[in-house]
Design a protein around this ligand. Structure first.
Ligand SMILES: NC(=O)C1=CN([C@@H]2O[C@H](COP(=O)(O)OP(=O)(O)OC[C@H]3O[C@@H](n4cnc5c(N)ncnc54)[C@H](OP(=O)(O)O)[C@@H]3O)[C@@H](O)[C@H]2O)C=CC1
Ligand SMILES: Nc1nc(O)c(N)c(N[C@@H]2O[C@H](COP(=O)(O)O)[C@@H](O)[C@H]2O)n1
Length: 220
């Protein structure tokens, strides 16, 4: 499986403000680029923190991309994936609106009634990990279900874990020309942080988009 992380950050590396609400950092051209990356992916993954904060839809905005995928014999939209160890995703979350397949990655610690409720709401539940989602196991299961190219849209906790597990192949980071500050504001990679063996990236591209900069990296 090829894993592409895409996110937008302020110049001080924050994905949002300390209020952890959804903030538009990208402009129209960058959102159009993100739609293209989604359209090229088999699935789009976020953590439950992002679902609770943003209630994202994660489908395609551009109808042409849906047509293009149909013509290629693919589902019109990529699948949506939530990493949600305890199955906290609300049953009325937008990712469960039936517009695309939605996988819920849970751990063995998830309450049975929550798993049942999310299955009733249409989620395909994948259990991987005892108390927290094991990404190596969960991504292997998704691959067995046809997900060869996975886009990860955040947030910082999930992105850190994927780097920690050595599962990231590419990172594209849009840096908007804005400062959020805030010691508790989410950053591109949160979690426990690295103190050694830092993931090293190879800078592949730099492009001005809207009033910000897109940085593209390969992860060797
Ligand atoms: N600007 C941007 O591009 C983006 C911004 N955001 C912003 O980021 C914030 C949300 O980020 P954040 O709070 O970090 O949330 P995340 O979306 O990263 O979700 C984190 C949660 O995922 C669950 N999880 C399950 N398995 C794992 C695992 N193996 N490793 C890590 N987490 C796991 C955990 O909850 P549990 O233990 O219950 O499973 C964890 O608390 C919001 O403010 C949102 O607006 C989000 C995406 C993109
Ligand atoms: N690329 C990008 N730029 C921003 O400025 C953002 N705030 C985000 N956020 C991510 O996009 C998701 C929203 O998706 P929908 O529009 O609901 O489909 C949000 O949850 C973040 O993952 N991304």
């Amino acid at each position: 499986m090829h894993v592409v992380v895409n996110a937008a950050a302020s110049v001080d590396g924050k994905l949002s403000t300390r209020r952890r609400e959804q903030v538009k950092i990208s402009g129209a051209d960058d959102f159009a680029r993100v739609d293209r990356v989604r359209a090229d992916s088999d699935a789009v993954l976020v953590g439950v923190g992002t679902v609770l904060a943003d209630d994202p839809h994660l489908t395609l905005d551009d109808d042409n991309y849906r047509d293009e995928r149909r013509t290629a014999g693919r589902d019109p939209s990529p699948a949506r994936v939530v990493a949600d160890s305890r199955a906290r995703t609300p049953s009325d979350a937008r990712i469960l609106d039936g517009a695309a397949t939605t996988y819920l990655l849970a751990s063995e610690a998830a309450p049975d009634d929550r798993i049942a409720a999310l299955r009733d709401a249409g989620a395909e539940v994948v259990v991987a990990g005892r108390t927290r989602v094991s990404f190596p196991d969960a991504l292997a299961e998704l691959e067995s279900r046809g997900v060869d190219r996975l886009m990860v849209e955040g947030g910082g906790e999930v992105i850190f874990s994927l780097f920690e597990d050595g599962l990231v192949d590419e990172l594209t980071l849009y840096v908007g020309s804005v400062v959020f500050g805030g010691r508790d504001a989410p950053t591109l990679a949160d979690g426990d942080g690295f103190v050694e063996s830092f993931p090293r990236l190879e800078l592949r591209e730099v492009e001005r988009i809207d009033d910000g900069v897109l940085l593209g990296y390969d992860v060797p």
